[in-house]
Ligand binder design. Structure first.
Ligand SMILES: [Zn+2]
Length: 110
């Protein structure tokens, strides 16, 4: 988990060289990943003190390879045609979705 957190922060630092400017960031974690999102959040908070960390869980969605219907994994097999052949089209996301700047103290105009 430490290595994953470090990699996410490395990517962030490419855009935000200084923690002083980074106000916070949002990390997408797909539901299909075998990943403890709470532990990731804790690790990121510890690694980036003073920076707001938001974990966004992305629900899994499957696409039927026979009829093209989209459905959540708990409705499998395909509720439209009954096929068990499907691929994940959502739920495997992992990465920083967005980041934002720290507000200037005193609220600079603009
Ligand atoms: Zn189908």
């Amino acid at each position: 988990m430490d290595a994953l957190a470090a990699e996410l922060l490395r990517g962030l630092h490419a855009q935000w060289p200084s923690h002083a400017e980074l106000g916070g960031f949002e990390v997408e974690v797909g539901a299909l990943l075998d990943l403890d999102a709470d532990l990731l959040e804790t690790t990121l908070r510890a690694a980036a003190p003073g920076v707001e960390v938001r974990i966004v869980r992305v629900e899994a969605l499957l696409e039927c390879e026979d009829c093209g219907a989209h459905y959540p994994p708990d409705e499998a097999p395909c509720p439209v045609c009954g096929s068990a052949r499907a691929k994940a089209i959502a739920g495997t996301e992992l990465g920083v979705r967005r980041a934002w700047a720290r507000r200037a103290p005193g609220g600079a105009p603009g």
